[in-house]
Design a protein. Structure first.
Length: 525
């Protein structure tokens, strides 16, 4: 069987259209880990080819030399997933589709022409797909939502990737999350029980990408890397030994819940293992809103203190937060800006609250009659200015605050000060990294940032002042992280410009609509 695995492009521009990817002289951020894991579960005798449409295109020969097309992606890739299905069917191919992007939309995908829609984890469902293929059971939904035994999960097929095209590589240690956040669909797909690979499996995967020549960042894509702290500690201890034996070739980052701050020994181990950043689901600083959204783990802690402990231990924080919760008070923008400034958090990833199909939030809003008619708008990029439900306060007010957060936090001087202060707040490392000459990749980044921010930017004097202080005062690896964060600033500046234009167009369209309505009403009178 000749199989073509396709990762469709993303409307969020995670390929070479992203300014940070271009500055790093790469073509995409992360590889499609789900697809290369599925590839490892297919029969060894099958001939496989993977196309990542974030930077590659499917050629005529790719189509002609395939019998089966397997498509997977995330929710924000949904429309491209559908387009890929239609193109494959136009060419007479058998099409199987799976992944989080179609988990809630199997009927829409079947209507687009998919022969098989798969719901469930690959370790469980790929054998069922192979059976259905053999029996010719086309037009079916293959579903098995049992939690997979991750100790049986194979090493992903990293060899199918153009590894050098990516800014970072990714792997997965665990699935599942013990919490019940109302807006999240992770537990719908993976359950609440934390299941994990063995430390030996992870070390084998790390060795595999090491043997491919990889020497940069590795993203643990777990929804909550510290969901089971005991297992995480055992893994991280093994990673420390593995890293030390190979001259510390990688650095790691991952998602975590704020209760990480309550495990100082785990924080220390993660820093020693080479973790440099954690993405924390802050969501909101309003305790009442947190409780109503069932984010009890955040409501039970002092978020400022948690961030201080994590930052002080030596981990950079990216705060994930949202605007538009029910019962949210006006001035949400001021709260987020104050929180980020107080804790010197460089990156605050802000999105509008979205009701993902099947979540507790979606079910509640449906019961209350507040879902908008096109509740599949989740399949677009909800980092724009669209929501799929009627909020409890005026939408215009929410959108103005949403855009203002970006405008203030990513003003260059504000951002550079937060970046510097964030690293300056870290304790001095309690162990020494082996000295390594900067790689060509690092030198290119350094020169690119110096050109764009040290020569062309209006904040160039501030950039040189903080860079000089960072060079003299930070350990080499933290100085490198400071420079990397300077690259990210351009992405956020570009994002802010896009949002301001969207808000301006929306306001103009609304004003024009109101003007026409007034004229129409006057004519009738």
């Amino acid at each position: 069987m000749r199989v073509l695995l396709i990762n469709p492009p993303s409307v969020r521009g995670l390929g070479r259209g992203d300014v940070s990817v271009r500055l790093a002289r790469k073509k995409a951020y992360l590889p499609p880990l789900g697809l290369i894991t599925v590839a490892a579960l297919l029969p060894a005798s099958w001939r496989l080819k993977l196309i990542d449409c974030c930077f590659q295109t499917v050629s005529e020969s790719d189509w002609n030399e395939s019998d089966l097309v397997i498509v997977s992606g995330t929710i924000v890739q949904f429309h491209e997933i559908v387009a890929t299905i239609r193109e494959a069917k136009r060419r007479g191919k058998i099409v199987a589709v799976g992944g989080p992007g179609v988990f809630h939309s199997q009927q829409e995908v079947l209507k687009a022409g998919a022969d098989f829609v798969v719901r469930g984890e690959g370790e469980v469902t790929v054998p069922l797909l192979l059976e259905s293929l053999e029996k010719g059971e086309f037009g079916s939904v293959i579903e098995d939502l049992r939690p997979a035994d991750m100790t049986t999960s194979p090493v992903p097929r990293y060899d199918l990737l153009d590894v050098g095209a990516y800014v970072d590589l990714s792997l997965q240690f665990s699935r599942g999350c013990p919490f019940r956040c109302e807006f999240c669909d992770v537990t719908l797909m993976f359950g609440r029980a934390i299941r994990s690979k063995t430390s030996e499996q992870i070390l084998t995967e790390l060795q595999g990408i090491y043997d491919l020549g990889w020497r940069r960042q590795v993203h643990f894509v777990d929804d909550n890397f510290v969901g089971n702290p005991t297992r995480t500690k055992a893994l991280v201890r093994e990673i420390i030994k593995w890293m030390d034996e190979r001259g510390r070739p990688f650095e790691f980052y991952t998602y975590a819940s704020v209760n990480l701050a309550g495990f100082p020994d785990l924080l220390d181990l993660m820093v020693r293992a080479g973790f440099t950043m954690v993405m924390l689901g802050i969501e909101t600083t309003d305790k009442e809103v947190l409780r109503s959204a069932h984010k009890f783990q955040n409501a039970a802690v002092d978020l400022d203190e948690a961030c201080r402990k994590i930052n002080k231990a030596g981990l950079e924080i990216m705060a994930l937060t949202m605007v538009g919760f029910d019962n949210e008070l006006p001035g949400r923008d001021a709260n987020i800006i104050e929180f980020a400034t107080k804790n010197n958090i460089p990156e605050v990833c802000v999105s509008l609250v979205h009701a993902i199909t099947g979540t507790s939030l979606w079910q509640r809003l449906k019961k209350e009659g507040r879902l908008l008619p096109e509740d599949t708008s989740e399949l677009d990029d909800w980092h724009g200015l669209d929501v799929n439900f009627v909020p409890t306060r005026p939408l215009d007010e929410i959108l103005v605050e949403f855009v203002n957060i970006h405008r203030v936090l990513y003003e260059p001087a504000h951002y550079l000060h937060r970046v510097y202060n964030h690293f300056a707040s870290m304790d001095h490392p309690r162990f020494k990294h082996p000295f390594k000459l900067p790689s060509l990749y690092e030198l290119r980044i350094l020169l690119g940032v110096a050109w764009r921010h040290g020569l062309r930017s209006p904040t160039r004097l501030l950039y040189w002042k903080l860079s000089w202080k960072a060079l003299l005062g930070f350990p080499r690896e933290r100085f490198a992280l400071f420079i990397r964060d300077c690259i990210k600033m351009e992405r956020y500046e570009e994002r802010t410009r896009q949002l301001c234009k969207l808000l301006e167009r929306r306001s103009s369209a609304k004003a024009e609509s109101e003007k026409l309505a007034t004229r129409s009403g006057g004519g009738i009178a």
